[in-house]
Design a protein around this ligand. Structure first.
Ligand SMILES: Nc1ncnc2c1ncn2[C@@H]1O[C@H](COP(=O)(O)OP(=O)(O)O)[C@@H](O)[C@H]1O
Ligand SMILES: [Mg+2]
Length: 332
């Protein structure tokens, strides 16, 4: 098998008593576009700072394109583009000037440098501000300059920390479009706390909460999980339950709520390929009971996110003030 683009093993990072990243492991294969999803404070940025060599882990290791982030950090830096959460740009520089400076730093060959900068300006839709001072740009524009910077040297791996934060809905769609195009030719790990962004562009999602990986699967596999039938039947609750449990085609029947004389059931069928709704309604009605509701609910990211994140009680706020970790200077 090819060397994974990203290989993380038992990575842990604590800031004093705060365990920001708690023993996470995952791999990303070349060309994959993976969403790193989690609520604020989950540990996304900390993980990304370790992967991009800006911060040491407390334990565990990470290899990017086969190079260790701790011991071969320069080799790693040559192969990654990093968009940090807060884009560190030189406020007194103009956009194009800044990208030219960064392209030189990253060793983008003189021949083709102008064309590459033009390409990135265009892809990130910042051509119209190329002569503006960075200090005068809105957060959304600065974010896009950061994305252009990350793409400049055409690195095989892109680590993008909340690339859409600060953008308006139109800009979010445009930026997600750009990132989707980057997938395929590049390996992309993109963090977000917004579910719909992952659904729109990512092939795979890793959900992180309180420093731990709670879920890791492809979008394709999520959508092919067996659906749940939600049926609300008006009739004697016990008799209805027994009747449903007797039906050969049903794998599991669980009563969820009872309201007056109606009970709601969540049902899994034995053959998820076959839509069993019509037949089920017919049989229930045949017993003289009423069907108030009958839905087919496919598993989606919302359900998964709720299941792994919202279900957990909120952590008490840590009683420490942030230690002084250096803000990353722009990556070479
Ligand atoms: N420099 C730091 N000093 C102390 N605690 C930190 C520091 N950076 C992050 N944390 C804490 O680590 C946890 C994870 O933060 P972070 O990685 O920024 O999460 P996310 O990017 O998912 O919002 C949070 O509890 C946060 O308060
Ligand atoms: Mg963050």
């Amino acid at each position: 098998m090819a060397t994974p683009a990203i290989d993380v093993q038992n990575l842990t990072k604590s800031y004093g008593p705060v365990l920001a990243v708690d023993n996470i492991s995952f791999q990303v294969q070349p060309g994959e576009l993976v969403g790193f999803l989690g609520p604020n404070g989950a540990g996304k940025s900390t993980s990304m700072r370790i992967l991009t060599t800006w911060q040491p882990a407390s334990s565990g290791y990470a290899r990017l394109a086969g190079f260790d982030v701790m011991y071969e950090s320069m080799e790693v830096r040559k192969r990654i583009g990093y968009l940090p959460e807060n884009v560190p740009v030189y406020p007194e520089m103009r956009v194009r000037e800044y990208l030219t400076y960064r392209a030189k730093l990253k060793g983008v060959e003189r021949q083709g440098r102008t064309a590459r900068i033009d390409y990135c300006l265009e892809k990130c839709r910042i051509k119209e501000v190329q002569n503006r001072l960075l200090a005068t740009l809105s957060k959304g524009y600065r974010q896009r300059v950061g994305l252009a910077d990350a793409m400049l040297a055409n690195p095989p791996i892109l680590i993008l920390d909340e690339p859409t934060s600060g953008l308006d809905p139109v800009q979010i769609n445009e930026t997600l479009g750009t990132i989707k195009e980057l997938g395929g030719q590049h390996t992309v790990l993109l963090s977000t706390h917004i579910l719909s962004e992952v659904e729109k562009v990512c092939e795979r999602v890793i959900i992180i909460n309180k420093g731990q990986i709670k879920f890791d699967d492809t979008m394709k596999s999520i959508s092919s999980r067996e659906p749940t039938l939600i049926v609300e039947v008006r009739g004697p609750s016990e008799a209805v339950t027994r009747f449903l449990q007797e039906q050969q085609e049903l794998a599991s029947v669980a009563a969820t709520t009872t309201e007056g004389d109606a009970t709601t059931f969540e049902i899994k069928t034995r053959n998820p390929e076959k839509d069993f709704r019509d037949e089920l309604a017919k049989r229930v009605l045949g017993r003289g009971w009423g069907v108030r509701r009958l839905d087919l609910r496919r598993v989606n990211l919302d359900d998964l996110f709720s299941a792994v994140v919202l279900r957990e009680p909120a952590a008490p706020a840590p009683a420490v003030v942030a230690t002084s970790e250096p803000t990353p200077t722009p990556a070479a």
